[in-house]
Design a binder for this molecule. Sequence first.
Ligand code: IVH
Length: 676
Amino acid sequence: MSEKLPGNTEEAASVAAELRKEINYHSQRYYVEDAPEITDAQFDVLMRRLLQIETLFPEVTTADSPTQKVGAQPAAGFGPMAHPTPMFSLGNAFSREDLRAFDARVRGGLDGLPVEYVVEHKIDGLAINLIFENGRLVRSATRGDGQVGEDVSANVRTIKSLPHRLQDAPPFLEVRGEVYMPRKEFERLNAAREAAGETLFANPRNAAAGSLRQLDACVTAERALDIFVYGIGAREGIALSSHSDTLNYLAKLGLKVNTNFQIFTEIEAVADYCESWMERRSTLGYDIDGLVIKLNSLEGQRRLGFTAKDPRWAIAYKFPAEQAVTRVEDIFVRVGRTGVLTPTAILQPVRLAGTTVSRATLHNEDFIKEKDIRIGDAVVIHKAGEIIPEVIRSLSEQRTGTETIFTLPAECPECGQQVVRQVGESAHKCINPGCPAQQREGLFHFVSRDAMNIDGLGPAVVTAMLESGLVTDAADLYSVTAEKLSKLERMGVKSAANVQAAIAASKGAGLSRLLFALGIRFVGVKAAGQLARHFGDIEKVKEASFEELTAIDEIGPKIAESVVAYFASEDNLELIEKLHRAGVKLTEEKPDETNVPLAGKTFVLTGTLPTLTRSEATARIEAAGGKVAGSVSKKTHYVVAGEEAGSKLDKARQLGIPILDEQELLLLLQTDTTVV
Ligand code: IVH
């Protein structure tokens, strides 16, 4: 559907009708069948567009338009329950600007009265209405269409954290909350379903919905649902004056209130707080899809009132989509430096969490089988933080019969030798140590930025060097002359000299980089740094026992075992000897314990720095005795910000934490005096 707005009423009516059809279909899939085909964000886009058209062309709005009602009709199977007071939904904000506009509307409606907002987690579950009479939980219902929901009393009673009787309760109380499934329980449930060969739930919200709407309450009881309450509807015999009082009152009654709420007076601080949760959300035991901002004063809420659908005194700040639907165009197989075959899906490009995604890892054959992912399938993909996108599930219901099942090749696509799968491992591996793909990938890694950092030696040059027989392993790089390099295709005399000089310069990179460059399984930049600082010389790493290794901070048994195995191989020892003969430095100066300028200091990195990668910056800070943390708090000493720095920078400003650019960080690393 085109994104352009209709130019006249006739066009608007037809586009709106089409949108309504689509929205109704997806509402049915979501609310009634618990099997959504599109993500919430995609649904929001459809709704927003319809709202936009109906606002511009009010004459095309129909009484039965989805914009005029809250949810779907109650489903058959549960009795209907009319809510004593209607259950409203919330308008959405997707940006700081949307929040500012909301704030302006609120302030405008309150004639300049002071404003206080309560900001709460927006729990990704199902809204529930609980009716308490004289303190006894007598009925509970889902939201349904906002007026009438489904009576799910028996199922709600199975929620362990929900008291059936309240202390010192008023004669009548309608409590609003969200039923959700904790992440741990979701994982446990899906693992059990997988073992039983049952279809998996796509996310905790769908699992919660599916569990609450079980006709047999015993099934619901087996699935540990939980609840947070966040509001009151009808009430008798109590007087409250603010939303924060309401939350405290609910908690005093013995109900479970989410304690992660905060009060703000400025919308900019509200926005900072919302953005800060975008990164921290994965640390929670439950899913949130945003935050809810509510005017604190109940008198203010009464003055602002409601639109047909939403309160004017509250809004939901929604996080950007972390899921999207797209199609698998093809699957190709990559052979990595350890010989592991990794299938990768080529996707129809789609926008997801701020970037365009055209590939997703499929991990291994089991993953593809489990999820039944076929070439041509529509799939739901997901991306969290900086993690590579992953396929969550295939939409088998959309198949046309033209999709093809994928199996991993029995021979290595690069060298044609047999592929094996070791018992107990999920990976298929090419076991030919001379496999050109493994050699090539190993060399790509050796020269890469976080490893020996050899400028000008990109994948194309490395491939050309291998293909022309100039090198067979990493140590050969150091005997290649500029003259030989200049004979490679598209390599001029000048660039050949530059590459040769960069190779020669990398000899002094030091043990930390070298250990990482060797590609020892599980030894990343951090572990390599720890080993180098601890031992100072590769000879000592070679001789280190498993026990000695595990005694080092942050070196676990997996890394230790792999290091021992690496140095037990004759081939590897030979390579190290060859590197030694070539003049590559195999030592690292032990950190001068008296000169650790950043000892005790915690840093947070955000955005892209002009020259240092994140891991380089981390390694250098750590080498100087500092620590690098993932999120900004009062305990952070410095935030190092580069281009496109996000909410961490805002948070640092808010907390008054010194902000450094790369230049200032480098200065700090050199000196033992504190700047700023
Ligand atoms: S307040 C009139 N607070 O989000 C106020 N809702 O998109 C209505 N939700 O239907 C709701 N956490 O299911 C509110 N802390 C919270 C919430 C919350 C989750 C859900 C609820 C609501 C939906 C609106």
